[in-house]
Design a protein around this ligand. Structure first.
Ligand SMILES: [Fe+2]
Length: 269
């Protein structure tokens, strides 16, 4: 992939448009788009509506709270979804209310705190929404297809990717996440450590695989053994979901770039 800064002006604009399109389309709901004919025959079961009438809403899980046992305990899932994730949804909506109030009062003295609250809680909502979809009681194993090839190209092998991802997760400072991002400028897969819900961001990169390593995600079952939780988590990763996200993003990027003559020097400027 060419260095983006070396592209003709028209192509650089295309890449920027692609980033915007991918981010808006795919952050939460890619499965809804690409998985409409999904494999469980339950129409709509993977269609996440993480908003409701302009407000953020807690999405249903695509499985029962106890479905990921023995790898993740039922009580952890129940608390994590119904209490913790709900808290991020409520916090994001509270911040929306605060924005409205500040505007109606023309008083922005609290804007810094409210912006921080919104960033933290909206990020928590997005992170968890993807996390639930990334898991399945029928998960585990390894991916195949184009996504598998991309992992092998970039990390050497699937096992090497797993090792790097696990090591990143084990070493997240305090509470946070390990994530695999699709980075559309360079068409790369990037393993990231996310501190808290929104630290160490890669602007424009889109998470396709998220692993929550906050203590609330594992402590009741694994106590302080984060590495054991991570090792067990691989058994519930839904590679079908992850592959769908990757294929949707790479295909969208390819379509948008090719539509405006990505491989020619004859593009406008
Ligand atoms: Fe969490």
């Amino acid at each position: 992939m060419a260095n983006e800064s070396m592209l003709p002006i028209g192509q650089r604009r295309d890449v920027l448009q692609t980033i915007g399109g991918l981010t808006g389309l795919a952050v939460v709901g890619s499965t809804a788009t690409v998985g409409a004919d999904d494999n469980d025959g339950d129409e709509g079961s993977q269609v996440y509506d993480a908003t409701e009438n302009g407000r953020y809403a807690l999405p249903e899980l695509p499985y029962e709270y106890g479905a990921l046992e023995p790898h993740i305990d039922e009580r952890i899932m129940e608390l994590h979804h119904s209490e913790h994730h709900q808290g991020y949804v409520d916090g994001a909506n509270d911040a929306l209310d605060a924005f409205e109030e500040m505007r109606s009062d023309s008083n922005f003295e609290d804007i810094k705190a409210v912006k921080r609250d919104f960033s933290f809680n909206l990020s928590g909502h997005v992170n968890h929404t993807i996390f639930w979809q990334n898991m399945s009681p029928d998960g585990g194993g390894a991916p195949d297809g184009e996504f598998r090839s991309a992992l092998e190209d970039q990390f050497g092998s699937f096992e090497a990717f797993q090792n790097e991802f696990s090591t990143a997760a084990e070493n997240v400072e305090s509470n946070g996440w390990a994530m695999l991002f699709y980075e559309p400028i360079a068409d790369l897969l990037v393993i990231g450590q996310v501190e808290s819900q929104n630290g160490l961001a890669h602007q424009g990169a889109i998470p396709i695989l998220t692993l929550d390593v906050w203590e609330h995600a594992y402590y009741l079952q694994y106590e302080n053994e984060r590495a054991s939780y991570i090792e067990e988590w691989w058994n519930v990763v839904d590679w079908t979901d992850v592959c769908q996200r990757y294929e949707f993003l790479t295909q969208t990027r390819a379509n948008e770039v090719s539509e405006d003559g990505a491989d020619g020097n004859e593009t406008d400027n």
